[in-house]
Write a protein that binds this ligand. Structure first.
Ligand code: NAD
Length: 382
């Protein structure tokens, strides 16, 4: 008989939906998990909409104050799908109440808050994880396996982009529902914490610590009306960011992100160039991994286009038959499965809070470098 793990979810937006779907699917598609999630309690501030969400997805109870979920005896696990400025307070309170804690990325608004969160979960000894979900797209996990077995040889270069185009209009307000990402106080930063944080997490997972960065940031539209106050206010976030980085292993990197790349909706790509092989990946084609092996016979040497759907490729034995794709949402189901599988083992699912704090350090170094126009050390400990 599986142990039930009672989930308390906070936030019904984009991620509230993605995570709830994952909690519903995980035990069905990963039948060997020791725990089975139970959708116990749901929290958002708008009671009517929270009730509609809870009814649609099958939560038993609805509350409008996150403290009620955190303090409830009926909940074992808190999942934070609220904006970035809420992560610290909820996570620290949840850890102090002895709950397992999952939070969306970025870990926190800044390194100081992140350190408080790490201290809280480590003091309480509670299982914890941050949803850097791209690690769990099978083609990205396959990239990790290829790198780890040394197939690339010495790595020279890493480059990543995350490009969008949804904030180009000067009429777009900042703040409030859906637009909190443009409000510095709620988001902590712009594309750096929102988009580059994903790229940085993947990069350090695949290629080790980033030790130093040199960044250029820009806010193209300097003032926007604030949805909540109705006043025209200064925009404090970075609309675009490009940075150079050095990894501990000696490789060089270039990262770029913007919400002003007309025509791009979520173009996350990365490429790694090693002495023996290269790897390239594109979110828009997420079930594929491109791989170039210099060891191939020269007359057939070229970029392979691996369709990652076979049962011996990461996670794919849990889904359909070879040749059939899975999508973005499955990365969250894999996150739930890996987390629940790791709770009672010595090898904890990653990134845990401490691991995600390292990405926060790089983000903060990038923002500081953008301001100072100097190379900045990240002080990452991996
Ligand atoms: N891993 C990913 O791919 C990914 C993608 C999108 C967002 N995110 C992260 O997920 C988090 C949420 O983003 P989103 O896109 O789902 O946002 P969203 O705006 O779609 O939803 C946010 C939810 O939080 C609720 N909320 C806000 N303040 C609250 C409070 N004080 N108490 C209770 N509920 C509150 C809102 O009502 C809403 O339901 C952010 O940290 C974001 O960075 C991660």
């Amino acid at each position: 008989m599986k142990k039930k793990i009672r989930v308390g979810m906070i936030g019904y937006g984009f991620m509230g939906k993605a995570h709830t779907n994952a909690f519903r699917q995980a035990a069905k598609f990963f039948p060997d998990l020791p725990y089975e999630p139970e959708l116990k309690m749901f929290c958002a501030r708008n009671e009517q909409r929270a009730k509609e969400f809870a009814e649609n997805w099958g939560y038993e109870k609805v509350v409008t104050d996150w403290r009620e979920v955190v303090e409830s005896d009926e909940v074992d696990l808190i999942d934070i799908c609220a904006p970035n400025n809420m992560h610290r307070d909820i996570a620290v309170a949840a850890a102090e109440a002895g709950k397992w804690v999952l939070t969306e990325k970025p870990l926190s608004l800044n390194v100081e808050q992140g350190e408080q969160m790490v201290a809280a979960v480590e003091k309480a000894g509670v299982p914890n994880m941050v949803w850097y979900n791209y690690r769990r797209i099978p083609s990205v996990t396959l990239a990790k396996n290829i790198v780890d077995r040394g197939s690339l040889g010495k790595i020279f270069h890493y480059r990543a982009n995350f490009l969008q185009d949804w904030t180009i209009s000067a009429d777009l307000p900042q703040g409030g529902e859906g637009l909190w990402r443009l409000d510095l106080d709620v988001a902590g930063s712009g594309v750096t914490g929102d988009l580059l944080a994903h790229c940085i997490d993947t990069a350090m997972w695949l290629n080790g610590s980033i030790i130093e960065v040199s960044a250029m940031t820009e806010t193209f539209i300097k003032e926007r009306e604030h949805s909540l106050t109705g006043k025209v206010q200064k925009v404090g976030i970075d609309d675009a960011c490009a940075f150079l980085a050095k990894f501990e292993n000696g490789s060089l990197a270039i990262f770029e992100s913007t919400r002003y790349a007309r025509g791009h909706k979520a173009l996350y790509t990365f490429e790694i160039n090693g002495e023996k092989s290269s790897i390239s990946w594109d979110l828009h084609d997420l079930h594929r991994l491109k791989y170039f092996d210099h060891g191939d016979e020269s007359i057939v040497r070229g970029w392979r286009d691996i369709h990652v759907t076979d049962g011996d490729q990461p996670y794919m034995d849990k889904w359909w038959v070879p040749g059939l794709n899975i999508g973005f949402e499955h990365s969250f189901t894999h996150g739930v499965a890996d987390f629940l599988a790791s709770v009672d083992s010595d090898k904890k699912a990653q990134p845990d809070f401490r691991n995600a704090l390292q990405t926060q350090k790089v983000c903060e170094a990038v923002i500081n470098s953008g301001k100072s126009r100097q190379w900045v050390k990240t002080n990452v400990e991996l």
